[in-house]
Design a protein around this ligand. Structure first.
Ligand code: FMN
Length: 199
């Protein structure tokens, strides 16, 4: 594998955090990315705030966290679009069933869905959910659509779930997500597909 520090140093990495229990691992993910020289910006959903404090992510990333699209203190800048445009790489971790469905259908009614719809950079998705949710055809179809548009996937993995039994649905560990990001950064630079309506 390429030297992760060389690959990620100076890269603007956008992290979207959604409301799965695995969100508690995201400060560690951010810490590892920052240690490798990445400049990490974080956006999170309302549900994600139940599992990890925005302040923790603000402190480890060294930047304010976007939690409210309609924050009036943001001044004249359209912050969510500026965030999306600044990303060299993006990662959605953990990605809930809800957010996967929204992204696959162009629904932008929360900070993460809105920002990620505007992201054109290479984007990695780390799903995390209950095994029955992961096996649902609606989730499988959403993931299939996203992959066909060039989103990359890491996990989910088989292991002990928060529900107290083993199954497929665990988010990959932070170091595995970092390795997948490095691989994505080293690969083709084409980002998320764009098309003109009707074509
Ligand atoms: C304790 C708890 C754990 C949850 N874990 C997950 C999860 O791992 N994956 C998931 O898709 N949803 C999970 N949910 C459900 C989501 O939080 C819920 O669908 C929420 O609406 C997702 O919102 P978001 O996608 O905007 O973050 C969990 C809910 C609770 C109460």
């Amino acid at each position: 594998m390429a030297d992760p520090g060389r690959v990620l140093a100076g890269k603007n990495v956008l992290l979207g955090v959604t409301g799965g229990i695995a969100a508690y691992k995201t400060p560690e993910l951010v810490r590892q990315l920052v240690q490798l020289g990445a400049d990490v910006r974080v956006v999170m959903t309302v549900a994600a705030r139940e599992f990890v404090a925005p302040l923790a992510l603000q402190v480890v990333s060294g930047h304010p966290v976007l939690t409210d699209l309609f924050d009036r203190s943001a001044g004249a800048e359209v912050r969510h679009i500026a965030l999306a445009r600044s990303a060299d790489l993006a990662v959605l971790a953990p990605a809930t069933a809800n957010l996967l469905g929204k992204l696959a259908h162009g629904i932008a009614d929360d900070p993460v869905g809105t920002v990620f719809l505007a992201v054109t950079a290479p984007t990695l998705i780390a799903p995390a959910m209950n095994d029955a949710m992961w096996a649902h055809p609606a989730v499988a179809e959403s993931v299939g659509r996203l992959v066909s548009w060039n989103y990359r996937l890491v996990g989910p993995e088989e292991g002990f779930l928060a529900e107290g039994y083993a199954g497929v649905g665990r988010m990959s560990e932070p170091e595995t997500i970092v390795a997948a990001l490095v691989e994505m950064a080293e690969g083709p630079t084409d980002g998320i597909r764009r098309s003109v309506a009707g074509r």
